[in-house]
Write a protein that binds this ligand. Structure first.
Ligand code: CP
Length: 303
């Protein structure tokens, strides 16, 4: 039995196989409509979500399965003090696979050590978000036709942005990847992630100036400043609008730039950009469902 807690648990070959499976699901949805008949997915969300929870649920329904779960900690027995370990043991009695989001880093790992069914990390604190990375990789692959030889700008809250940490880990295994890390000083990428880039010989540089680096980028990955991870509101209010992408800021961007954002967007991308052909963030939302379908099939070992 296999869980997915960290994107690095999937080899490059497995990522490619998941992308190929998602492409086949997109092309032939009817082939997959009964693959999970009789199976149940539990979505245990101790933190708010729109895309991740609903795309997991849509994914399971489109595979013919069923869904149960909760969307906030307060409506579960966690509110009465039940541990993550006991929750995982309990829900294993009701479901064949579990997707869990939790504000504490490592909670899905603890769940996986106690559950008797596969656990999927649907986001743990400011740490990791591997299934968002699956959505990101399929989007980049569909837009660019490759996952190598790309200059990738990551902009915004690189300190708390868990999607950034997982995406960097995944792309670091491809050749010719260069990261441009664009953030205010206070929201720089954590040292442990930079150390791993250095150890793996991955090219990167840090800047606070988005417009200066714009012409170089193949991918621009915008992120929200993560209000829920701040210790004080004043710092959040000071930093929240550090980067707002507008059409003017794209004047010197490549014509084939791909603009991604894991969403939710607060104010980081002007809505006027939604009509720009380079805006990929709503395609990313849809791609997330297909990659989660592919992942559920893999972890449930459905042929
Ligand atoms: N990208 C993402 O995790 O969105 P949600 O918080 O809406 O699930």
């Amino acid at each position: 039995m296999r869980s997915l807690i960290d994107i690095l648990e999937l080899s490059v070959e497995e990522l490619e196989s998941l992308i190929a499976k998602a492409e086949d699901i997109i092309a032939n949805p009817e082939k997959y409509a009964h693959k999970c008949d009789g199976k149940k997915l539990a979505t245990l969300f101790f933190e708010p979500s729109t895309r991740t929870r609903l795309s997991f649920e849509a994914a399971m329904y489109e595979l013919g399965g069923n869904v149960l779960g909760f969307s906030e900690a307060q409506s579960s027995s966690a509110a009465k003090g039940e541990s993550v370990a006991d929750t995982a043991k309990t829900v294993s009695c009701y479901a064949d696979i579990i997707a869990m989001r939790h504000p504490k880093e490592g909670a899905p790992l603890v769940a996986s050590m106690n559950a008797s069914v596969p656990i999927i990390n649907a986001g743990d604190g400011g740490h990791n978000h591997p299934t968002q990375t699956l959505a990101d990789l399929l989007t980049i692959h569909r837009e660019k036709g490759r996952l190598n030889n790309l200059t990738v700008g990551l902009c915004g809250d690189l300190k708390f942005g868990r999607t950034v940490h997982s995406l960097i880990a995944a792309l670091s295994r491809y050749t010719g990847i260069k990261f441009v890390l664009i953030s205010p000083l206070e929201l720089k990428l954590p040292d442990y992630v930079k150390e791993s880039l250095k150890k793996n010989g991955i090219e990167f540089f840090e800047t606070a100036d988005l417009e200066a680096v714009m012409p170089e980028l193949d991918i621009l990955y915008m992120t929200r400043v993560q209000r829920e991870r701040f210790f004080n509101e004043e710092d959040y209010l000071r930093l929240k609008d550090s980067y707002i992408l507008t059409s003017e800021k794209l004047v010197h961007a490549k014509k084939d730039l791909s603009i991604l954002h894991p969403l939710p967007r607060v104010n980081e991308i002007s809505v006027a950009i939604d009509n720009d052909p380079r805006a990929c963030y709503f395609k990313q939302v849809l791609n997330g469902k297909f990659m989660r379908m592919a992942l559920i099939l893999m972890l449930l070992e459905v042929e």
